[in-house]
Design a protein around this ligand. Sequence first.
Ligand code: CU
Length: 453
Amino acid sequence: MNQGRRRFIHGLASLGAGLFAAQAAGSAQHEQHMQHEKKSVAPRKPVASDKPAVTFEPEGILKPVFTPDVTSLPYKVDNGVKVFKLVAEPVKRQIVPFKTMDVWGYNGSCPGPAIQVNRGDRVRVVFDNHLPESTTIHWHGLEVPIEMDGVPYISQPPVPPGGRFVYEFTLNQEGTYFYHSHGAMQEMMGMIGMFIIHPKKPYVPRVDHDFGIILQGWAILPNNNVPNTAGMEFNWLTFNGVSSPATTPMLVRHGSRVRIRIVNMGMDHHPIHLHGQQFYITGTEGGRAPESTWYPTNTVLVGVAQARDVEFDAIYPGDWMLHCHLPHHMMNSMSDLLQDRMIMTAATSEERALSQMQTMAETVGFEHVHHAPIAPKANEVSGFPQDAFMEMGMDELVAKPETYGLPPNWSAGMMGMMTLVRVLPPEKYDKVMAMKQRPSEKKPSRNHGHPGE
Ligand SMILES: [Cu+2]
């Protein structure tokens, strides 16, 4: 439900009070029977992840999964065991240029960094809790000993603030899995990350590109940054912790084979739709699906706690949308732009509404706001406006190498759970990949034209 968006149009923007300030006061440390040493309680200062860290390329993996806007977790090898350090902590996450969330995550990232390993690996995760309350990590779908299952009291004592727990297990599976806190509210605060187990030999047909996306929904009132984890009215929907148009497009070389792994860790199910081609569902949260079960489709319903791998041959060049098809998940809550002001009722005076929108856009540094043409007497038509005035072009604000060469005002209609799969001719693909290596070219300047010009 995107009430914020509707309020924006109908002039009902209200200053709702944050129900859950989530300022857990005084983390009373009860005596815990921990297996491992306690450290002093860490400061609770959020870690800024407004600028996602440089993506870590996992070593020793045949074809690492690229997770846009989220990095992968490095490891060290100790006596044949891959050792990861995972820290639960508060995180500041900018989801679009005009909205930053105070959420919880791992290693300064929300969602947490992807863990990528190979089948057969022995893995040790040294887990530190820098949250103001106890937590554990559950390894979703992994066949691990009960002591490693990460369910408080059932399989282990809760890890207190400042505490440490060492998880260790051998992986005899392969596929798209994930880790998350086993507290329901902490899950809704963002405490999840991908756990990808690569096969020893690549699957046939081999893919050239492998991407991973985590789906999350957030209920955040205007003028608030902390999600209401008890709320059911999700007004912010993210791919890997960002909403469109801030999502980083996925670059694909024309003619290559692509896999996209999608994990849902929210309160809603999401029908994820790809434009312009058919794909096959080649895996679930239970691992690789036998080829006899594959069938062509272009929308995959990713239910809560599920993972779906889809594959396709990128034979059609173009900038193809990949998005959740629930209408309210294709929007951003623009009432945040209102701050403490009321908005005109657009239906009675679209010119005033538009000028207000431009004023708001200026406050967050949009270049300017275009709108698609409307009829001369639009107000005489019942129901007007619908999508008119909804467009919020901000190409310059979200420019990065991956957006190079997109048409002017491309960002105007991109909102919510949405990104682009850019199937690029080889020359253009190579050019953009080279730009990614050269930070000086990160913000290509170009003329900002008007639609229809
Ligand atoms: Cu959705």
